[in-house]
Design a binder for this molecule. Structure first.
Ligand code: AMP
Ligand code: MG
Length: 423
């Protein structure tokens, strides 16, 4: 079912697009839903289309603090005097019908009283000290169009229309829109359950003394943060040693209880790279190795219904392969509507040599040149072990498979981290 580099042309690696297409095919969005109060809905995925129940605004109302009047009462050849007969305040509508030849004091958001068709800003009127009367000069009258400064009923939202489509990821503004509809709880998909493990004999937690030759493990701290931001429920499996007998039961049990298993390390070609073998023993490895840099050894498999994403060990490979490969799969699993990552065309201020063949990402930063055009710089080293480069960068430059190098002044694609869900 899946193209792999072990069938057909043995040396051809899957492109990122092929890998994502094949893997997306295997992803079924989580089906269970839950209804959560608005304040717990941020970041969740709306389960189904949500219809508007109300017109917003519910009445014609004033967009300004001023006076409601009949536009036709204003004279062009001299000042217009209008007695002020009452007031309409936000939350306190004017009760009666307003006759011609008068004005009503009105505040922003107050319901437009019956009769008047226009609101004049208070700054455009001379107001009697006791507010019993206003005077409008011809110049101010000339500037005031009929219907001005009024927000019409249903101008923002019409009842019965789709307020938010299913699959929307709920940002503060979507939650706020629901609140404005008098909707107090939203039905969202359950969060995907993702288990995260780091593999390697050299890895130790940040709070322990390191034995000789060891390093502190950092990938889980990257992946768990990325997953939480995306809206997944994360289980931390900790560090797994490079031994089949320790890895196998942990991954088997985790696969039974999660939608996704996300590992880092152990998918390369070294003797201690056992993750692929263990996945193959427990389920299937659908494909391994992509035409990308960094992140070539990315592995995709399944253990029963659980998807297994085996990311490489190098920290930069982990972040890049998460953002480029794992993220679109997880978004589908979450039931989110697909959106392309934001992409800017910018100018390179650097030289970069490479061989065509793999899609490559460079850690990059943007700045403005003297003409206010966007210029991208890259980090001083391209090593995929340099975790500090990810803190320096604010995004990635993407070089397509056929790119043969970059010269200063060339146009390149820049993907801001913010467009990939990392601010
Ligand atoms: P591997 O893919 O297991 O061969 O790992 C590649 C490189 O990434 C090695 O230098 C590992 O020490 C390093 N590495 C693997 N996992 C982690 C981790 N969780 N935290 C930091 N470095 C790691
Ligand atoms: Mg390893």
């Amino acid at each position: 079912m899946f193209p792999t580099d072990t069938r057909g042309d043995r040396d051809r690696l899957l492109t990122l697009a092929e890998a994502i297409a094949a893997a997306l095919d295997a992803v079924r969005p989580v089906r269970e839903t839950e209804t959560v109060p608005l304040l717990e809905a941020y970041g969740r995925v709306l389960a189904a289309d949500l219809s508007a129940r109300l017109d917003v605004p519910p009445h014609d109302n004033s967009a300004m603090d001023g006076f409601a009047l009949y536009r036709a009462d204003l004279q062009a050849d001299g000042p217009t005097r209008l007695p002020v007969i009452g007031q309409a305040l936000a939350g306190h509508p004017y009760a009666g019908v307003v006759p011609r030849g008068v004005a009503v004091r009105i505040t922003t958001g107050a319901v437009l009283p019956t009769g008047p068709d226009t609101v004049i800003m208070q700054e455009q009127c001379a107001i009697a000290p006791d507010e019993s009367e206003i005077v409008i000069e011809p110049k101010a009258a000339a500037r005031l169009k009929p219907g001005e400064n009024i927000r019409r009923r249903g101008e923002d939202v019409q009842s019965g229309t789709v307020l938010l489509p299913g699959g929307s990821r709920l940002r503060p503004q979507e939650v706020s829109l629901a609140a404005g509809q008098g909707i107090a709880a939203l039905t969202v998909r359950r969060r995907p359950r993702v288990a995260v493990a780091s593999t390697g004999d050299e890895l130790y937690e940040p709070d322990v003394e390191l034995p000789p030759g060891a390093i502190h493990e950092s990938n889980r701290y990257l992946l768990i943060g990325l997953l939480r931001r995306l809206g997944c429920a994360v289980s931390d499996l900790g560090i797994l040693r490079d031994r089949r007998d320790t890895m196998l039961p942990v991954l088997r049990d985790a696969a039974a209880a999660h939608d996704v298993l996300l590992t880092s390390g152990g998918v390369s070609v070294g003797t201690a790279d056992l993750v692929k073998d263990v996945i193959a023993e427990l389920g299937t490895v659908e494909f391994w190795r992509l035409a990308v840099k960094p992140g070539k050894p990315v592995t995709f498999g399944r253990i029963q219904d659980c998807l297994v994403l085996g990311l490489p060990g190098n920290p930069v490979s982990v972040m890049v392969s998460f953002l480029m490969f794992a993220r679109p799969l997880l978004l589908k699993l979450m039931g989110a509507r697909p959106v392309d990552a934001a992409r800017l065309r910018v100018r390179a201020d650097f030289q970069f040599r490479r061989k065509p063949g793999r899609r490559e990402w460079l850690r990059a930063r943007l700045r403005f040149d003297s003409d206010q055009a966007l210029l991208a710089s890259i980090y001083h080293t391209n090593s995929s072990g340099a975790l500090s480069s990810l803190c320096w960068a604010d995004g990635l430059i993407e070089l397509p498979e056929d790119c043969a190098g970059v010269a200063p002044g060339d146009t390149v694609d820049y993907l801001p981290f913010s467009g990939l869900g990392v601010e």
